[in-house]
Design a protein. Sequence first.
Length: 81
Amino acid sequence: MAEVDQNYEYFMEHLKELYPKYKDQFIVLKDKAVVGAYDDLATAYKEATEKYGQGNFSIQECKSDRPEGYVEVFSSACVGF
């Protein structure tokens, strides 16, 4: 399973505990763990790319504590600014 898929699975499994802590932030996920939280996608991507390299993390907006509210995931392999 690709890292982006593993990170998304982790995010969905831990949504109830992540949402209160990271509400309305973009969280950087690597190796099924939150490694950063930012107020906007551009900053999250820039910081994570500098730290981990492109293609080695994913970014998820933490916008709801309801699983059905999620359909997007940002992979560092396909996002560019």
